[in-house]
Design a protein around this ligand. Structure first.
Ligand SMILES: Nc1nc2c(ncn2[C@@H]2O[C@H](COP(=O)(O)OP(=O)(O)OP(=O)(O)O)[C@@H](O)[C@H]2O)c(=O)[nH]1
Ligand SMILES: [Mg+2]
Length: 508
């Protein structure tokens, strides 16, 4: 376990200047100066009526005036002063509210830079807040994601994680592991008292030793004769059974982590829109389906096969889950150069797909061209099915669709059912029928009925760390089941604590 990096209290943090509103025309623009010298830097360029020195003014109040630079008035501004004690970053901060527009913002930004602040992107403010322990890394990640959220549900879930839902769940993990450690240490002391009622000073002596286990202590316990180590079912002096309690705690923690891991596919789908590719032979109605989903005639539709040549993508949201919906050229074996190029593009899009609508035409018999689609899907699934992340493809990542159900049946439906082994969505894209079922299928794996303040894992870093914790908890369970291996569990508990801390603080 790497040592946790603590902020160096004696190292002076930089004073940074960031433009925090987007570039473009707008009524107002905002620049933030944050750091130990924020007040004196802004003071150098600010002139306000009746304000002699910004360092002397009250915090959390607004101050009207002008920014001047090299004898020139740059803009009329309203400053918001936030002194260190209760600022978001934990540093002195000044919000400079000026007129919107690139020119004004850049002039003030450059003026503050030349006065001593270091130019930085807006999220450097989050880094300062993290360094000063105002937020943890999960809250920082949530804030960074909120500005990119594509759906209201995404914002809601991320705001809850910023408010501390996932952080609290991880702190609970830390608390449980600490409980297990204390119990194991107590158990060990009890065992030592039985084996050696008069402990040697070299053993450290303290029966309440809650510090991390040393290697020598581990070795010492491992070398004990099996008969002298208390069995998991041995009663402790107070009448309880600490090893049983530990069993229960490890199981409770394993369930806790497992439940958190289960939220990852939902959380990560909110922050990283899934690529949904629509695949089918030419003329099955792929573009018509996309237009029906989008509710507008976005894609070119034509009765001749081979209409879509380039791939086209649009973002959609289904019950708050964002998707990047990609229309592709129909796939088939062809000698036509242009069509072959389009099909190659379709293959590329398929390669990056998280989910696929596999479309078949109800009004035509199953044929060789449909076989090409099945082959392409099989190779896609084989290449995607492995992987460590929760969004890895599975057979349910392909949703079979039969379109043109308003026309007389010529397709062998059984052939499609046998190929996919799962329910088929029947559509008439022309009549806009069957889409409720299609939408349900698309989001069925996600818990879209989100309850407020539920902890949700929402990025790869958090997921991979918790997946590691899950593996360690299985090891811990093994240790508890196998008698005489009590000492082995302490290093596992150490590692678990390291993982929870890394999840919250970003280092391990
Ligand atoms: N009757 C009926 N016709 C449909 C339906 N969906 C699409 N069509 C028609 O089928 C033809 C082909 O539709 P497209 O959406 O262009 O098909 P595509 O799969 O995108 O075709 P390519 O881009 O050439 O691969 C058009 O004439 C559509 O009007 C449907 O549900 N019912
Ligand atoms: Mg098309």
């Amino acid at each position: 376990m790497k040592k946790e990096q603590k902020p160096d209290k004696f190292k002076k943090q930089k004073t940074i200047v960031s433009i925090v509103t987007p570039f473009g025309e707008g009524g107002i623009g905002k620049i933030i100066v944050s750091g130990p010298d924020a007040l004196s830097i802004v003071n150098t360029v600010f002139q306000g009526k009746g304000i002699a020195d910004l360092r002397e003014v009250a915090s959390h109040k607004l101050y009207y005036g002008h920014i001047h630079h090299r004898g020139q008035r740059i803009d009329e501004v309203i400053l918001h002063i936030m002194k260190q004690r209760d600022s978001f970053t934990g540093n002195d901060g000044v919000e400079v509210n000026c007129h919107g527009g690139i020119r004004v913002l850049m002039s003030i930004y450059e003026c503050l830079e030349s006065t001593g602040a270091e130019g930085a992107p807006w999220n450097s403010l989050l880094s300062q807040s993290l360094e000063n322990n105002k937020i943890d890394i999960i809250q920082k990640e949530a804030l960074q994601e909120i500005v990119q959220a594509r759906t209201k549900l995404g914002v809601k879930v991320l705001l809850d994680q910023y408010a501390g839902a996932l952080s609290a769940a991880l702190r609970k993990g830390l608390e449980i592991t600490e409980g297990i450690r204390q119990s194991l240490n107590h158990n060990e002391s009890y065992h030592n008292a039985i084996v050696n009622p008069d402990p040697l000073p070299s053993r450290g002596g303290s029966s309440n030793n809650l510090s991390h286990p040393s290697l020598s202590r581990e070795r010492e316990l491992d070398n004990q004769s099996p008969n002298t180590i208390p069995s998991p079912h041995e009663r402790r002096p107070g009448g309880g059974n600490r090893l049983d309690e530990n069993d229960a705690s490890v199981s409770a923690l394993a369930d806790h982590i497992n439940n958190l891991l289960k939220t990852a596919s939902f959380g990560m789908a909110l922050t990283t829109p899934q690529v949904l590719v629509i695949l089918g032979k030419p003329n099955v109605g792929k573009s018509t389906i996309i237009n029906a989903i989008l509710g507008e005639e976005r894609m070119l539709v034509h009765h001749e096969p081979g209409t879509t040549r380039d791939y086209v993508s649009e973002f959609i949201a289904v019950e708050g889950i964002p998707f990047e919906l990609v229309d592709t050229a129909g796939m088939r074996n062809t000698n036509d150069m242009l069509e072959a190029m389009s099909i190659e593009m379709t293959q590329e899009q398929l390669h990056r797909a998280d989910k696929v609508f596999a479309v078949f035409d109800n009004s035509r018999p199953f044929d060789r061209e449909d076989e090409v689609i099945l082959d392409a899907l099989n190779s896609w699934l084989t290449s995607k099915i492995s992987g460590d992340l929760p969004q890895k493809a599975s057979t349910s990542s392909v949703i079979p669709v039969i379109n043109k159900c308003d026309l007389p049946v010529k397709l062998d439906r059984l052939r499609i059912e046998t190929a996919f082994q799962q329910p088929i969505c029947s559509l008439s894209a022309l009549n806009k029928e069957g889409f409720d079922d299609l939408n349900k299928r698309l989001v069925q794996e996600f818990d879209t009925a989100y309850k407020p303040m539920r902890p949700v894992v929402f990025n790869e870093r958090q997921y991979l760390l918790l997946a590691e914790a899950d593996v360690l908890l299985k090891q811990a369970k093994e240790c508890l089941i196998t008698k005489n291996k009590t000492s082995k569990i302490l290093p596992v508990i150490d590692k678990l604590q390291g993982i929870f801390t890394a999840c919250l603080k970003g280092s391990q």
